[in-house]
Design a protein around this ligand. Structure first.
Ligand SMILES: Nc1ncnc2c1ncn2[C@@H]1O[C@H](COP(=O)(O)OP(=O)(O)O)[C@@H](O)[C@H]1O
Ligand SMILES: [Mg+2]
Length: 349
């Protein structure tokens, strides 16, 4: 049996279904991300696990025990929010000690644990400071230490980095993963940022409109998205309208151009979308595999990557090229051929 299980969990707010039935099994020590657009129900699901919201239906178990009716303070979970939510009138050390004080942990033990936590977040000398005397990134590390001090059974993080600037966000992201692996603590991380989810998680739960669209490793989610929503929410993708010309031979037509497809999926009519990631397209015609020809409609230089838009009949296609000093940058209006393997593309219906 899994460590943390959600079984057919639903949530209505004033009769409005917001979570429409979620099933999820999390193993001990796993790092799971809830990834999806704003409003899809990530926070609501996390709050139900934490006990701040009651499911309208379904149940949640942790380590074999049904949590569904338990108040938050009897679940022994640690939570970190987007806003640092530290107590402004308490020092860093007092903030970290808070959960232990509530649990009436003996003083010497509290002192020891606080020091341990300060070392873990690399703020050993900051115990006496007040939150207002810390940067945003430091405050969020204290919030993390406060959540971890009580030895929670699960760590829950709700967009913990979104209030920070890009560089700190990247640093802290790595630090969260390092700490999580060191402590081997089961973690659920809510984010709308696909890069965060891809880089941090053992598995990603992609959510949309109150349901789970797909659960998988970052590699699975990116390379084998279950549907058009996942394909376009996680990473960049071309979804090109095609007509199936010969299903058995895996042949489709984009306008007049023939394409051989790796995975055809389950047929639904004669029209489909050809899915292919921009980085799978390569410059020049192919001796083998698929070749498409079009005109350069736009070029965006992004540093490590050059993103080129090609107009092919009625369709625009994105192609990514890796930067290098001898890269010949395509010119707008120029005719270009690109090639890609059959395995690189698949159909979505
Ligand atoms: N307390 C509440 N009362 C009514 N509607 C709510 C409440 N909390 C969340 N919602 C609605 O539920 C939906 C999901 O919200 P939320 O879980 O916060 O999404 P996310 O975290 O993915 O952005 C949204 O449409 C939101 O407006
Ligand atoms: Mg949210």
């Amino acid at each position: 049996m899994s460590y943390l299980s959600l079984t057919d969990v639903k949530k209505n707010f004033a009769g409005n279904p917001v979570i429409r039935g979620i099933d999820l099994a999390v193993e001990q020590g796993e790092f799971i991300s809830f990834l999806g657009p704003s409003g899809c129900g990530k926070t609501t699901t996390l709050r139900m696990i934490a006990g701040f919201e009651m499911p309208s239906e379904g149940n949640i178990t942790l380590d074999g025990i049904d949590l569904t009716q338990l108040p938050p303070n009897q679940r022994n979970l640690g939570m970190v929010f987007q806003s640092y939510a530290l107590f402004p009138n308490l020092t860093v050390a007092q903030n970290i000690a808070f959960g232990l004080e509530v649990r009436r942990t003996p003083r010497p033990q509290i002192r020891e644990r606080v020091q341990e936590m300060l070392e873990l977040i690399q703020l050993s000398d900051y115990g006496h400071r007040f939150p207002s005397q810390l940067s945003g990134g430091q405050q969020q590390r204290v919030a993390l230490a406060r959540a971890l001090a009580i030895h929670p059974r699960v760590l829950l993080l709700d967009e913990p980095l979104s209030a920070l600037d890009a560089k700190i966000r990247l640093e802290l992201r790595q630090e969260i993963r390092t700490i999580q692996q060191k402590l081997k603590i089961t973690t659920i991380y809510v984010t709308h940022d696909q890069e965060e989810a891809l880089s941090l998680s053992d598995r990603i739960v992609v959510m949309h409109d109150g349901v789970i669209e797909q659960i998988g490793t970052p590699f699975e989610i990116y390379n084998y998205p279950a549907n058009a929503f996942v394909a376009s929410f996680v990473g960049q993708i071309n979804l090109l309208p095609v007509e199936v010309s010969d299903f058995a031979r895996k042949e489709v037509k984009m306008g007049k151009q023939l394409v051989r497809v790796g995975r055809m999926g389950e047929a639904k009519g004669s029209s489909a979308q050809l899915a292919i990631r921009p980085e799978e397209l390569q410059l020049g015609p192919a001796s083998q595999g698929n070749t498409l020809t079009g005109q350069v409609a736009g070029v965006a230089y992004l540093g490590s990557v050059l993103r080129c838009k090609l107009q092919m009949e009625d369709t625009l296609i994105s192609m990514d090229m890796f930067n290098s000093k001898d890269l010949a940058i395509p010119q707008v209006g120029q005719e270009l051929s690109v090639h890609f393997s059959e395995e690189a593309c698949w159909l979505l219906w």
